[in-house]
Write a protein that binds this ligand. Structure first.
Ligand code: IPD
Ligand code: CA
Ligand code: CA
Length: 265
């Protein structure tokens, strides 16, 4: 598996920020936490990780732009390349000592995501993908699951949070899907939800009201693992709309139809 120099830059940055996150995770009860909005936490660990990522990526690619969840934004001299970064995806899990969170780094080249890294430092799982070169978990090549029936599928989702999103619609979709699938999950980190679809652990995933840094890297992981990722109208650019559905061709189509029906009830 030949990784490009660029992907190695992104992996090196993720590992460095991952060491800091892992240290903070061990002391999570001592971390200073503040609220960005209802049930929307940010802690010193988020900010520290974003600073490390911004510095590491700027050192290796000084001309590239940078967009980070915690406010890091840097206009690059090279207007065609921008890193889209979530320094800690799954902050609520992190703050509750749940080892299911990740660093997500995507590279946008003129509006197309061409590389992605999702790294969970708690279990050292490194998901990587480059356009046309496949998706990997550590060194193992990934393929989305091959199940064809919703009744055999384990599906993960994201639900509207306290004071955010359309809870009534979310509950309608949940009720509609719950009765048709083998299992439904809510794991609390969008980037890992997509990475686990790419790894064939989940058969599908859907969520609304996400930000570009939540899904940009996960999107190329699923596509390079042979899966389908669209928005909830079937559109090709979920990073722009913030609504996402992912799975293999059949399960993606069947779940999308089910969710659209739920919206009409
Ligand atoms: C959140 C997680 C969560 C999703 C939220 C995101 P954060 O990201 O990905 O699973 O449901 O919408 O905001 O805040 O932990 O980086
Ligand atoms: Ca996030
Ligand atoms: Ca975050």
């Amino acid at each position: 598996m030949l990784r490009s120099a660029l992907l190695n830059v992104m992996i090196k940055a993720a590992h460095k920020a991952g060491r800091a996150l892992k240290r903070d995770f061990g002391e999570v009860e001592h971390l200073q936490v503040s609220l960005k909005g209802p049930a929307n936490f940010v802690c010193a660990a988020d900010r520290r990780a974003e600073e490390i990522l911004c510095q590491e990526l700027a050192r290796a690619r000084p001309g590239y732009g940078f967009v980070g969840e915690e406010g890091g934004r840097r206009e690059g001299t090279d207007k065609t390349h921008t890193f889209i970064v979530d320094p800690l995806d799954g902050t609520s899990n992190f703050l509750h000592g749940i080892p299911h969170f990740a660093i997500s780094i995507a590279l946008d080249r003129e509006g197309t995501i061409v590389a992605g890294v999702v790294y969970n430092p708690a279990n050292d799982e490194l998901y990587t993908a480059e356009r046309g070169k496949g998706a990997f978990l550590n060194d193992q090549r990934l393929r989305v699951a091959a199940r064809k029936r919703l009744a055999d599928a384990v599906v993960t989702c994201g639900l509207p949070h306290l004071g955010r999103g359309d809870l009534a619609l979310g509950l309608k979709e949940l009720a509609c899907v719950q009765g048709k699938v083998a299992g439904l999950r809510r794991f609390g980190a969008a980037s890992l939800d997509l990475a686990w679809v790419a790894a064939g652990r989940f058969d599908a995933y859907w969520e609304r009201n996400l930000s570009p840094w939540d899904i940009a890297a996960g999107l190329i992981l699923v596509r390079e693992a042979g899966g389908y990722v669209t928005d909830l109208d079937g559109g090709e650019n979920p990073v722009a709309t913030g609504d996402v559905i992912a799975g293999n061709e059949t399960i993606h189509r069947e779940l999308l139809r089910l969710l659209q029906e739920a919206g009409k009830t």
